[in-house]
Design a protein around this ligand. Structure first.
Ligand SMILES: [Zn+2]
Length: 375
């Protein structure tokens, strides 16, 4: 490809305009990293600016998850994180921070503010890790409507600390027909509902990442009017758990592709999968792992699944795995500490984007104008 470009440039003798065009065509790259049911999503802009959302798990999984994030950064050719968003104070989102920060210097931290679910472990994390790190960097507590200053992108915070955006994004604000089938639940007092959620555009390409925002907050944001409009790519909320991912959010966003960062036994639940598979205009769902919670009943073809486990089951489960009754201990989830694969998305300003499964190099390109033209 490079040789072809070089020879075209040489023969055309139009180096300056051609180079400018080439530069404008540099894509946005997004890496959805396997952190075993946690979250880590890396954005790398055409100018090399980086945004990382969440840092994977902590404890004895921190080194593993940080290494997987660093591997994605290496692929993108970047050595620092310009903006780190910690969506909320659950260990599968902030746990790997110390290890990540040791390997990739972080310039600016963003979070929703105080932890509403204090535990001795999180208190200790703030004292020994987060406060020292943020003291040496920039640190912003964000609220809905704030923008994160990233060159080439428009990055809008649409939820934070339990509050949601109260005005419409440009072009959005139509009545949301999917509110009728999305009934509020009992409410969620946990950190999930505090998640920093983002709506990001790169030219005409639009991607939504809500963190673990839960059902009622989705309804606050999306009902009765859809304040976000549509998206091309939806990073599925909350690992694909059914206490998030209402039709009012998912169906109204009308995504063409969705990527679910689930673990083998975390997320990818039948009720969430049903919402995704029935989402109008959704062409493909990509899964980080096969979900034992869904079995074959609700999974996608293997070409769309990025990761296996260290010791594959001898038989593929046809039915879903039934978790033990409330209060009973589940057996440990299948282990995956070996080679992990990320999804890599490259997006162009005209709205074209390609998703690649790095395990098998299966990829698909979504071109604008073929679907999803409406808000
Ligand atoms: Zn989570």
């Amino acid at each position: 490809m490079r040789t072809v470009l070089v020879s075209v440039l040489a023969s055309a003798c139009l180096a300056a305009p051609a180079l400018a065009q080439n530069r404008a065509a540099k894509p946005l790259e997004i890496y959805v990293v396997d952190v075993e049911g946690g979250n880590a999503t890396l954005f790398v802009t055409p100018s090399g600016e980086t945004v990382l959302i969440d840092t994977g798990n902590g404890g004895n999984q921190a080194a593993r998850d940080a290494a997987r994030i660093v591997e994605a950064a290496k692929d993108a050719g970047v050595t620092r994180i310009d903006h780190l968003i910690i969506t909320h104070w659950h260990g599968d989102h902030f746990g790997g921070l110390q290890e990540v920060a040791r390997q990739l210097p972080i310039a600016h931290y963003y979070d929703h503010g105080a932890n509403v679910q204090a535990t001795p472990a999180t208190d200790d994390f703030f004292k020994t890790v987060y406060e020292p790190l943020t003291a040496k960097a920039m640190h912003t507590v964000v609220k809905p409507g704030d923008t994160i200053p990233v060159k080439d992108l428009k990055w809008t915070v649409v939820a934070s600390a339990g509050n949601v955006l109260m005005k419409n994004l440009p072009g959005a604000g139509r009545p949301n027909q999917y509110c009728a089938e999305s009934k509020p639940d009992a409410g969620d007092p946990t950190e999930n509902a505090q998640s920093v959620s983002s709506y990001i555009t790169f030219g005409k390409f639009r991607v939504v990442h809500m963190g673990d925002l839960t059902y009622n907050k989705e309804l606050d944001l999306m009902c009765p009017n859809n304040r976000l409009g549509a998206a091309d790519l939806f990073i599925v909320s909350h690992h694909g758990q059914a206490i998030s991912n209402s039709p009012a959010l998912v169906h109204a966003l009308h995504p063409r592709a969705a990527i679910i960062n689930n673990g083998t036994r975390k997320g990818g639940q039948p009720d969430a999968m049903k919402v995704l598979f029935s989402s109008p205009g959704l062409e493909d769902l990509w899964q980080m792992h096969f979900s034992l919670l869904s079995g074959q009943e609700y999974t996608v073809p293997g070409a769309f699944i990025a990761n296996q486990i260290d010791q594959p089951d001898t038989a593929i489960p046809i039915g879903q795995w039934n978790p033990p009754a409330q209060g009973q201990q589940a057996p440990p989830a299948p282990v995956h500490n070996g080679k992990a694969y990320y999804f890599k998305i490259t997006a162009q300003q005209d709205g074209t984007f390609t998703v690649t499964n790095m395990r098998n190099n299966f990829s698909k390109t979504y071109r604008p104008g073929t679907a999803n033209a409406t808000r």
